[in-house]
Design a protein around this ligand. Structure first.
Ligand SMILES: [Zn+2]
Length: 391
């Protein structure tokens, strides 16, 4: 970063974003930065201050007003004369065009990716605790920048060499992921010994030639590390099979068991889905039963009596009927829950679970019927509680 030259006046991509509007009563801490290098690199002449750049930033310690003293070589004949030098320390506070300092960017990146906070949660916490008010849009942009920085660090050759210092050979995997339907596919190359993502690239087509470039890049990485490739792992996509054979001749290529199982599971899930449709078609009429029970329940008790008095004066048969209605409604709720339960993969097929649960309901109803038959001569009030626990 030392002596980084910033071309003033050439609009950066970020310049098109809206400048942040600071409230009039914002209190800033003032910082002045100067160029560390005193002499021109081209001719050795002392640099002179030619301009000031004012920047305002959020830091976790409060708003900061930075004055950057820009310098240049005053010698008109010097080839470096037209170049403006910025204070090196500026980028340690924040990157060009950023309104959030590095400390804030690191803070929000950590909250987003390690703690899995939502953007809204981060925005609220920034406002409440640090009095930093930024829009969701802006936050998302900073989160993307954080990801770029993180990716750059993970790909840093020096750090990578250190991580692989005591690894004998690397094992590589490639897979195409589609974050959303219709989006381009993101191809991810991972290394399995250190469980690191090496790099990822969004490709518009899965043509062999494009995939081949990624494989060539993986080979370059392995060569730079000086490690042999022990094996490749991927699904049986044609581009992978051909590409790996071409780029890594002699390296074993294993097909991923996860993909294999998923393919095997497909017909299981299809059959299960048919079974579910059939079950739903068979078990019908819940709403009609519920409507009937609710209509019966609405028949009012004698108005001159309180609920307790009504309870006392009601016949045991009436009481039994009241409890019975509630039990019927409970059954309806349970059955509806069973029919709506749609969760589960091939190892716990939802249709199978639905059939089992409906079987339990049927068994429970059967137990009730038998209990009722056996207890016809007993007091009815002792029958219903037995039924409700039986369900
Ligand atoms: Zn010069």
């Amino acid at each position: 970063m030392a002596g980084m030259i910033v071309a003033i006046g050439i609009p950066g991509k970020e310049e098109t974003t809206m400048p942040y509007r600071w409230p009039a009563d914002t209190v800033f801490t003032h910082i002045a930065l100067e160029v560390e290098e005193r002499w021109c690199r081209a001719c050795g002449h002392p640099l002179t201050v030619c301009d000031h750049r004012q920047r305002r930033l959020f830091t976790l310690n409060g708003p900061v007003h930075v004055v950057c003293k820009l310098a240049h070589c005053p010698e008109g004949v010097c080839p470096a004369h037209t170049q403006t030098v910025s204070p090196e320390a500026e980028t340690a506070l924040a990157m060009p065009w950023w309104v959030l300092g590095w400390d804030v960017v690191c803070w929000l990146g950590h909250r987003r990716f390690t703690r899995h906070w939502s953007v809204g949660q981060i925005r609220a916490e920034l406002a409440d605790t640090y009095r930093i008010r930024v829009s969701d849009d802006a936050l998302e942009q900073y989160i993307r920048r954080y990801q770029q920085m993180l990716a750059a660090r993970w790909q840093d050759p020096g750090l990578l060499a250190a991580a692989y210092a005591d690894v004998e050979a690397v094992s590589l995997a490639i897979d195409g992921l589609q974050p959303e339907k219709g989006h381009e596919t993101l191809y991810v190359v991972r290394e399995l010994e250190r469980k690191r993502i090496w790099f990822a690239e969004a490709l518009l087509s899965s043509a062999t030639a494009e995939v081949q470039q990624l494989l060539a890049q993986a080979r370059a990485w392995a060569e730079r590390l000086g490690k042999p490739v022990r094996l490749w792992m991927s699904d049986k996509q044609d581009a992978f099979v051909r590409g790996i054979a071409a780029e890594f001749p002699g390296v074993p290529h294993r097909y991923c068991t996860n993909h294999f199982l998923r393919d095997v599971a497909k017909p299981v899930l299809e059959a299960d889905s048919h079974a579910k449709v059939k079950l739903r078609r068979t078990v019908r009429g819940l709403r009609a039963i519920e409507r009937e029970v609710l209509a019966a329940r609405r028949t009012p008790a004698p108005p001159q009596l309180s609920e307790a008095q009504a309870q006392e004066t009601r016949s045991p048969e009436a009481h039994t009927e009241t409890v019975g209605r509630e039990v019927v409604l409970d059954y309806c709720t349970a059955v509806r829950g069973i029919l709506n339960d749609d969760q589960g993969g091939p190892r716990h097929p939802p249709g199978l679970r639905m059939a089992e649960a409906l079987g339990e309901v049927r068994a429970s109803l059967q137990r009730n019927l038998e209990a009722k038959k056996g207890a016809l001569h007993m007091s009815a009030s002792r029958v219903w509680p037995a039924i409700s626990t039986g369900g």
